[in-house]
Design a protein around this ligand. Structure first.
Ligand SMILES: Cc1cc2nc3c(=O)[nH]c(=O)nc-3n(C[C@H](O)[C@H](O)[C@H](O)COP(=O)(O)O)c2cc1C
Length: 62
């Protein structure tokens, strides 16, 4: 993402990684590790695999 911005991109879109990282912006800002999306839970129709990924432990510890 930063590489794209550094090459002059005006906008970088993010899909799957945002599902697994509800606090993606904070993780990128602080260089915290990213969770890996579980693709087998995509398109299930419920919360599982969509809105049940935890925030980074760094935020939970606040
Ligand atoms: C589970 C899942 C649900 C998605 N739902 C939508 C949606 O409702 N509307 C939409 O425009 N794109 C949707 N997308 C597509 C994403 O916005 C994005 O285009 C795609 O994931 C590719 O970007 P990525 O490589 O960063 O994941 C969905 C993708 C996934 C994996």
């Amino acid at each position: 993402m930063l590489a794209a911005l550094n090459r002059g991109a005006d906008l970088v879109s993010v899909g799957r990684v945002f599902i697994a990282n509800p606090d993606l912006v904070e993780r990128l800002e602080h260089d915290w590790p990213l969770a890996i999306p579980e693709e087998s839970s995509f398109y299930g129709g419920g919360a599982a695999g969509y809105t049940d990924y935890p925030a980074s432990r760094h935020l939970i510890a606040k």
